[in-house]
Design a protein around this ligand. Structure first.
Ligand SMILES: *[C@@H]1O[C@H](CO)[C@@H](O)[C@H](O)[C@H]1NC(C)=O
Length: 379
């Protein structure tokens, strides 16, 4: 249902927001670094020891460069219509709606090179040019040289000429040892109601986000018991919702912040956009590939993978376990009312995963999860 909704949205936006042809920065007479007419989003990033020289740190950075002024009318129109057709009253939430659709309405810019500095590290770096196929996005491992042993660093985008704005992101360095927590967002840590289209739209575009009751406390407890594990949030939501999700995690999960991996949704390409949201397999594969990425960054870390039963978390985490075995210590799945919670589903999903390695929990069991001795091998 979520997928249908976002397809509708992506198609509506594509029809109107994207120019038929992109001019290159050179054609527009601009340098390839972002300028005052551009907007830069730098995503919070994980950082890990350089395998070739563990004294050095590599940050896996992602950026999105777009035109500074999105056409908000183009995006709010179709979404407002969609909400209305479902009988959802926007009421006095128009400002919230406009804020949430800002990136959906944005036009990504290829060919931009974002340069960053990280105080506390011996060197900064430059991301590769933003992509034409993943419109406006660039993602790369950037060597920061040697960094102070802070648990959190701040990356700053080197501003273009005459640009007084400041774009920053947090970098979360973590050792290739100890524990980490992989967490889904929608209906695992945030109430999103992905099984109910109307409620999902409301929670996504209009309402103040709400944490799943008991989860912030559980994560805080895990943070203490597992000695400040690296928290990484992996969501099937596209990056256009990243600022919203980042604010939510920063507010409701302030003790357990971490990078948020979001999906690429290039709205210039309708078939691709449709595929992303009509293909459950795609979310499954995306999550597995993000766990693969973590495995290359921290091959010797052990992870607790936490998700829920609404979409494909059991299947994705089980597949990651079968691929990397010891890398995934424990899989915890929140049983959400109304989802496919049939025993046969979990039996099929966890075939080949030892019974002591996963657990499907009810909301009444959330508090008790904090007492499980994960570091001691329990799950
Ligand atoms: C998103 O796009 C960037 C730029 O092409 C790419 O490097 C990155 O791997 C993509 N991320 C995912 C999750 O596919």
């Amino acid at each position: 249902m979520k997928r249908f909704t976002l397809v509708t949205l992506a198609v509506a936006l594509t029809a109107s927001a994207v120019p038929t042809r992109y001019t290159t920065p050179a054609e527009r007479g601009l340098l390839d670094s972002p300028g005052v007419l551009d907007n830069v989003l730098l995503f919070d990033a994980p950082a890990f020891p350089d395998p070739k020289n563990p004294a050095n740190t590599i940050a896996q950075l992602q950026t999105y460069v777009s035109l500074r002024t999105p056409n908000l009318g183009l995006a709010t129109g179709p979404i407002a219509n969609l909400l209305e057709s479902l009988g959802i009253d926007i009421g006095d939430s128009l400002t919230t709606l406009q804020d949430r659709v800002k990136l959906l309405a944005s036009v990504g810019l290829p060919g931009k090179k974002v340069q960053i500095n990280v105080p506390g590290c011996s060197q900064g770096g430059t991301l590769p040019s933003t992509s034409l196929s993943d419109l406006g996005l660039a993602n790369a491992g950037i060597s920061l040289g040697s960094c102070t042993t802070a648990s959190q660093l701040e990356a700053t985008v080197v501003p273009g000429a005459l640009d007084t704005r400041k774009f920053t992101a947090s970098i979360f360095p973590s050792a290739n040892s100890g524990f980490g927590v992989i967490s889904d967002i929608d209906d695992t840590v945030k109430v999103s109601n992905v099984l109910d289209t109307g409620a999902l739209l409301k929670s996504t575009f209009l309402d103040e986000p709400k944490a799943v009751s008991g989860m912030p406390e559980l994560y805080r407890a895990l943070s203490q018991k597992l000695n400040s594990p690296q928290f990484v949030y992996i969501t099937g939501s596209p990056y256009q919702f990243y600022p919203f999700l980042k604010n939510f995690i920063g507010t409701s999960y302030s003790a357990t912040k971490g990078p948020i991996f979001t999906k690429n949704l290039t709205i210039a390409n309708i078939p691709e956009a449709i595929k992303i949201f009509t293909d459950d397999q795609n979310t499954l594969e995306y999550k597995i590939s993000m766990i693969d990425r973590l495995q290359t960054m921290y091959p010797a870390k052990k992870w607790v993978a936490i998700g829920d039963s609404t979409q494909k978390d059991p299947e994705a985490y089980a597949a990651a376990f079968k691929k990397h075995s010891d890398f995934i210590s424990c899989i915890w799945i929140r049983q959400v009312d109304g989802a496919d919670n049939a025993a046969s589903r979990f039996t099929a999903a966890f075939a080949g995963v030892p019974a002591g390695k996963f657990r499907v929990f009810k909301d009444s069991e959330i508090a008790g999860l904090a007492n499980i001795d994960v570091a001691g091998g329990s799950c």
